[in-house]
Design a protein around this ligand. Structure first.
Ligand code: ADP
Ligand code: ASP
Ligand code: MG
Length: 406
């Protein structure tokens, strides 16, 4: 007998029929004698719809009240599943974030889980109840409802699995595993059997939204095996595990794309000590996260500085930089929200050279201009024009030998 945490994403609970399908899946594990804790997302599209409603209600929705609103999406599905399970003659109970004691910090809309009290869940499991927890939500120390950021139900699931010391955390979604690239844009993408926590952390941070990055962080820290698989088939999915248990280690194991960033350039900035601080301090004070930064020094004692910010913060960042440019005497500020970041990732890169040149040559052959480049030990990222995203992902996928053999 095992303790299994099963998480079902939005498409898996999109309507009552699919929730019934979830009930059957959950019961299968339960009837085999396992203890089962289920974490649910909101129905597909509901979180977006609630955000839309809030934006219609007011120009600047209050963050606390927005979280109260968004949490209702997951409250709905948790209640529906629990009532179906009860109706089928099983013991079950739904728990909201605060009832499951998912304690977070106070950062509305992007809260971090601090601790999880497991007494109530354990008591229910001891009674052979199926526990259904509303994902994506928690409670801060003052008792306010918080949410964990988009895709946050993954993190609810893995954090609860860690707190309960579960044997496995199963993430049920609309694809049957983690692929070498997003299968929705790269038809030749291959399903990966096993992937290390570190590679998945990189893939998630570089655009593979199949798992929220924080969930992978939890899985790594507490060594929780995560099984990503389809809600709609019985097929085995992908195991996310420790690096030393991954059998096959390729130089490049995946290609990702991220359309969530925008680029800002300050032209002809005086090349003096303290300038970078003047540019980036107001950005960080505004709570905007900068990703890539490039500085090019000109012979004339001036530099050009380019950096990327989340698209959602682009307008605010541009306004800030226009003021900064005036203060520091930069010649011009311009920006571009139509960019994409494509990345190749692989732990095998640590002891392999030549990956960068294959990447650059492959993009060059397709006449795709590289706007920015950044690298780490196990990945290389290039910023390109957004319109070339699919083409770039596909040709890189082929160039690194990742294409599925038919
Ligand atoms: P859920 O609602 O179940 O949480 P998500 O939409 O958050 O589902 O995540 C699943 C989606 O992630 C897939 O439909 C796919 O388009 C996308 N995705 C991006 N990169 C990958 C990848 N490398 N492997 C699998 N899916 C990926
Ligand atoms: N419902 C939330 C979202 O759409 C959380 C999740 O599905 O993981 O982002
Ligand atoms: Mg998701």
């Amino acid at each position: 007998m095992a303790l299994i945490v099963q998480k079902f994403g939005g498409t898996s609970v999109a309507d009552n029929q699919r929730i019934r399908n979830v009930a059957n899946r959950v019961l299968k594990a339960h009837d085999q004698g396992n203890d089962v804790v289920v974490i649910l997302s909101a129905m597909a599209g509901i979180t977006d719809r609630l955000i839309g409603l809030a934006n219609e209600a007011t120009k600047t929705p209050d963050p606390r009240e927005l979280d109260v609103l968004l949490a209702t999406g997951e409250q709905t599905t948790a209640a529906l599943l629990a009532m179906m399970l009860k109706d089928m003659g099983y013991k079950a109970q739904s728990l909201l974030g605060h009832q499951a004691e998912v304690v977070t910090d106070c950062e509305y809309g992007n809260a971090r889980i601090l601790e999880i009290g497991t007494d109530r869940i354990k008591r229910l499991l001891a009674d052979r109840s199926i526990v259904v927890v509303a994902g994506f939500q928690g409670v801060d120390i003052k008792g306010n409802i918080t949410t964990l950021g988009r895709g946050g139900s993954d993190t609810s699931a893995v954090a609860i699995a860690a707190a309960l010391n579960a044997d496995v955390c199963e993430i049920y979604t609309d694809v049957d595993g983690i692929y070498t690239a997003d299968p929705n844009i790269c038809p030749r993408a291959r399903k990966i059997k096993e992937i290390s926590y570190d590679e998945m952390l990189n893939m998630a941070s570089l655009g593979a939204k199949v798992l929220q990055i924080r969930s992978v962080g939890f899985a790594k820290k507490y060594n929780i095996p995560v099984h990503v698989r389809s809600s709609f088939s019985e097929e085995e999915g992908t195991m996310v595990v420790q690096e030393d248990s991954v059998m096959e280690q390729l130089v490049v194991s995946g290609v990702t794309h991220n359309l969530d960033e925008a680029r800002i350039t300050l032209k002809k900035v005086p090349d003096q000590p303290g300038i970078a601080a003047k540019i980036f301090s107001p950005i960080s004070e505004a709570g905007i996260l900068v990703d890539m930064i490039i500085q090019n020094t000109r012979a004339t004692g001036q530099t050009d500085l380019t950096f990327t910010v989340p698209k959602a913060d682009y307008k605010r960042a541009m306004e800030i930089q226009r003021q900064v440019a005036e203060k520091i005497g930069a010649e011009d500020v311009f920006g571009d929200p139509s960019i994409a970041k494509v990345s190749v990732i692989g732990v095998g890169m640590k002891n392999h050279s030549g990956v960068a040149s294959v990447m650059f040559n492959t993009l060059a052959r397709e006449n795709i201009n590289i706007i920015m480049i950044s690298t780490s030990e196990i990945r290389i990222s290039c910023v390109i024009e957004e319109k070339y995203t699919e083409l770039a992902v596909r040709v890189l996928h082929t160039a690194f030998g990742l294409d599925r053999e038919d």
